[in-house]
Every structure is written in structure tokens, then in C-alpha cells.
Design a protein around this ligand. Structure first.
Ligand code: SF4
Ligand code: SF4
Length: 319
């Protein structure tokens, strides 16, 4: 894989500083029941990197003692972590919304037969990647047979009340397959809703449209195809300064499976940790004694991916 990191730092993106922390995004490890070709963490069934007990205990302690409003859990397939359900239950006790980045097919894995019911019982918000509403495009990106398993999973979630009951949110995620900006989130959501309802009687709450970042596998493919410079020009030319106030790193930190702290998931993938004013990187164990508000954010040229056009974040468009 060809690296783009040296082309992103130091960049000329405007300086940013943190606001108060409201969202803790936690990667529980790289084990996954799928091995998607586009996976930005290269997750798969044979990956053994998983958050250890001591680090998970610190996550639980942190959310119990601090006033965060959202715990955003990622992987791999986070549900395959042996303590996933305990983490969800602890967040519930602390009145924190849990957002599960669910690949949908995990609901059909051995010993996960009751997972959908568990998620519903605990009011876990589900965010699921569905790159298209057609079988061909989904299977191409996520593997043979994934589309129909995803459809079955969405029907099961609807039957449990997801996207029917106001306490059970089910969101879908789209990102473009090539070096272009995503279409309007509002318009694409209408198309998804129409097709999924017509063809499969599926409902969902919102479609999150996310811009591809020029990093990891996508960045490598841009370099190999000779599109890196033109894609960066597209992002820069579409920069909307008003998006700077709402980029997700202002109020989120991203924690990797070893407990290291980053400004966002993308910086985690680039191995560029969050730094204190005296340039120290942080571990979850340091967060108890560190004030994050006003710390500088580690920005690079990839950040234009967050501010281009309608803007982009883990929750979709910014405007
Ligand atoms: S389901 Fe998600 S985490 Fe798993 S391999 Fe695919 S993209 Fe990666
Ligand atoms: S890439 Fe990360 S650091 Fe840069 S603007 Fe987006 S969220 Fe913030």
C-alpha cells in the first residue's frame, strides 16, 4: 500500500482548537467477521488486536466519571469484543448514548443470535454502512452475499422497533466509490428511503454521507491511479470555512484499541496522536488529569475532506 501521510503534513489547513469533549469514539479492536476490500483498518477474522481488560476498565471509569454524551464504538466488528455488552450496559448506567458502528452481518454470527435484541433492549443507536441500495454495488465493495444479509439484518432491526420507535435510531452510511465529492445528503437519503421501502419494506432514520479521505487504501489508490493531486484540488476548491466550527474533532476524541488518544479516527489511522501544549501524546489513563478544551488539533491537508462542500463527519454532512 502506498502511503500519503508525507503529502498531508505539514499542511496549510486553518488552525483549530478543541471545545469541550462530548463524544468518546473507541475502537475495540480489528477482529471482524468481514474483510471488505476498502476497510481502512484492514480488519478481518484473523486479526487478533483487541482492547485489553485494563484499557477497557479505564474507558468504563472515564465515561462513569465524565460528562460525555455519546460513546461511539467502532472496530473491526465491536460486538465481537468479549466485553462489548458490559461496556454498553455501563454506558447506559451513566446515561450515555451508545452508537454502535455495526456491519449488520455480525447479527448472524455464531453466538450473536440475541445481539439485535440486546441492542434494542439497551437503546443502542446503530450506524451501518450500506454503500448502495443495489445488490451488485454492495457485494462488490463488501463481499459476496453481504447485500442480502444486510437486508435481512435491517428487516430484523425494523421488526424490533428500529426506525419505528423514537428511542431506537438506525442510520445508514454512504461514501462515494471514486475520487469525487459525495452527492447531496438530503437528496441521496430520499432515494435510499424510496428504494429500500419499495423493494424491501425497510425503514431507517438518516443517511450519513461521508467524504472519502485521501488516506490509507483510498489514498493509496489515488496515488496509483494518478488522481491524488486532482482529488486534493477538488477538496481544497470546495473548502467551506463555515464548516470549521463544526468539524467533529472540536468535541470528539478517538481512542485506539491500545488506549492511545487521537483528535479523530482519521488521525488514528495516520498514527498522528493528539498532543498537549507541551507536545506530549496522551493515553486514556492521562485523560483523567488533562483538560482538553482549547488544545490545538493536529490538522493536515486531509482535513479538507471534512470541510469540502456540505462537510463531512462520522455523523455525515455538517450543513
Ligand atoms: S465490516 Fe467494517 S470493519 Fe469489518 S472489514 Fe468491513 S469495513 Fe472493515
Ligand atoms: S480530519 Fe480529523 S482533525 Fe482534520 S478536520 Fe477532520 S476531524 Fe478534524
Amino acid at each position: 500500500m502506498r502511503e500519503t501521510k508525507h503529502l498531508l503534513f505539514p499542511g496549510d489547513f486553518p488552525a483549530l482548537r478543541r471545545n469541550r469533549l462530548t463524544t468518546l469514539q473507541v475502537n475495540l479492536g480489528y477482529k471482524c467477521n468481514q474483510s471488505c476490500t476498502h476497510c481502512h483498518v484492514n480488519a478481518g477474522p484473523n486479526r487478533s488486536e483487541m482492547m485489553d481488560d485494563a484499557t477497557l476498565d479505564l474507558i468504563i471509569k472515564y465515561i462513569s466519571e465524565h460528562n460525555v454524551s455519546l460513546l461511539d464504538v467502532t472496530g473491526g466488528a465491536p460486538e465481537l469484543h468479549p466485553r462489548f455488552r458490559e461496556l454498553v450496559a455501563e454506558a447506559g448506567k451513566a446515561n450515555i448514548t451508545v452508537r454502535d458502528r455495526c456491519n449488520l452481518t455480525v447479527l448472524f454470527e455464531p453466538q450473536q443470535e440475541d445481539l439485535a435484541q440486546f441492542l434494542a433492549d439497551n437503546h443502542v443507536e446503530i450506524v451501518a454502512s450500506l454503500p448502495c441500495y443495489t445488490e451488485e454495488n454492495v457485494n462488490k465493495q463488501r463481499g459476496k452475499g453481504v447485500f442480502f444479509l444486510s437486508i435481512q439484518a435491517l428487516q430484523q432491526l425494523n421488526a424490533l422497533g428500529y426506525a419505528q420507535d423514537s428511542a431506537l435510531n438506525l442510520h445508514l452510511v454512504f461514501n462515494p466509490s471514486g475520487p469525487v465529492l459525495p452527492p447531496s445528503q438530503v437528496e441521496l437519503e430520499k432515494q435510499y428511503k424510496k428504494h429500500l421501502a419499495q423493494d424491501f419494506n425497510i425503514q431507517f432514520n438518516e443517511l450519513f454521507v461521508i467524504t472519502n479521505m485521501p488516506i490509507q487504501r483510498f489514498g493509496s489508490s489515488l496515488l496509483s491511479s494518478g488522481h491524488f493531486e486532482s482529488y486534493m484540488t477538488t477538496l481544497r476548491d470546495s473548502h467551506q470555512p463555515n464548516n470549521l466550527a463544526t468539524v467533529m474533532c472540536k468535541d470528539t476524541v478517538s481512542i485506539d484499541w491500545q488506549g492511545n488518544v487521537y483528535d479523530c479516527d482519521f488521525n488514528q489511522m495516520l498514527e498522528e496522536p493528539l498532543h498537549t501544549k507541551d507536545k506530549h501524546s496522551l493515553h486514556i489513563s492521562d485523560l483523567f488529569s488533562t483538560k482538553l478544551s482549547d488544545l490545538p488539533i493536529k490538522t493536515g491537508n486531509h482535513c479538507y475532506g471534512c470541510t469540502a462542500g456540505q462537510g463531512s463527519s462520522c455523523s455525515g454532512a455538517l450543513n
